[in-house]
Design a protein around this ligand. Structure first.
Ligand code: FES
Length: 137
């Protein structure tokens, strides 16, 4: 099993694991945590993610920020800013994703609205079945 798949699967299982290697925050690392064909499920009824039921709230997990943008629309983007690797946030007031480090702003589609970042963040597909979201790589 590939290292990233092992980490994702271990985290999905809720296992507390000690990762015996350093994790870099460099943007040159593999920023797309969720590989094509992989997925993450989020149970909105769980205490960990129930805040996502409310429009304007977001959670970040496994290098992905998931935001409830209202009207039952959920957006999932890579949370890793393409400028220098900081973690982006969600601004419900502006329906965009600002980076707190140097001011880059990304749209709900992941495109750059404001630099210094020049590259879009990856957008993931989100589907909903009842109160379970599935984010697909
Ligand atoms: S790391 Fe996000 S704007 Fe610089």
């Amino acid at each position: 099993m590939e290292r990233r798949k092992f980490i994702i699967r271990s985290m999905q299982a809720g296992a507390a694991i000690a990762i015996p290697f350093a994790v870099s925050c460099s943007k040159d690392e593999d920023d797309d945590i969720l590989l094509p064909g992989d997925d993450i499920t989020i149970d909105l009824d769980s205490s960990q993610y129930s805040t996502l039921k409310t429009a304007g709230n977001s959670v970040t997990l496994q290098g992905i920020i998931v935001a409830n943008t209202g009207n039952e629309v959920f957006v999932a983007l890579s949370s890793v800013c393409t400028h220098q690797g900081c973690t982006i946030n969600y601004s419900h007031a502006n329906t965009n994703f600002p980076c707190p480090c140097h001011g880059s702003v990304f749209s709900a589609q992941g495109s750059v609205l404001q630099g210094p970042a020049t590259t879009a963040v990856k957008k993931y597909t989100v589907t909903r079945d009842g109160n379970v979201l599935t984010i697909t790589g």
